[in-house]
Design a protein around this ligand. Sequence first.
Ligand SMILES: [Zn+2]
Length: 156
Amino acid sequence: MKIITLLCLILLSPVISAQENTTMKKKENKTEEEWKQTLSPQQYYVLREKGTDRPGDGGYTKHFDKGTYHCAACDAQLFTSGSKYESHCGWPSFDDAIEGSVKYVSDKSNGMIRTEIICTNCDGHLGHIFDDGPADTTGKRYCVNTTSIRFEKSKL
Ligand SMILES: [Zn+2]
């Protein structure tokens, strides 16, 4: 009897967890009001309202220390310093993202057709991706707002 119960539980558990997954909200599912409270006004503007940092050499644009770049909103790892390069576009640029960390969304705002990149974990706006990246690697340019990311120095 016990074995049957156990078997039922084992057989049912994937079903149960699958149901949980569909009803369960994302890991980071703050309301806009909660984001407003946790983020700075500039972070809220860029990450939640899809704003853009002013271009320039400040922030992480000319920052090339070894480490990882995390989402400024939810702390998910997004980029490594190994994929960062100087694109001279005025924003931090990467030729690749950590697998699965970034989602791609078609963006037709401002009269342009672009691909927006957002954090998989919290849907925070990061920037856009373009096809003019380094030809010797991926050919992609992940153009990212300094405000959307936070650098963590490598401990090695
Ligand atoms: Zn995030």
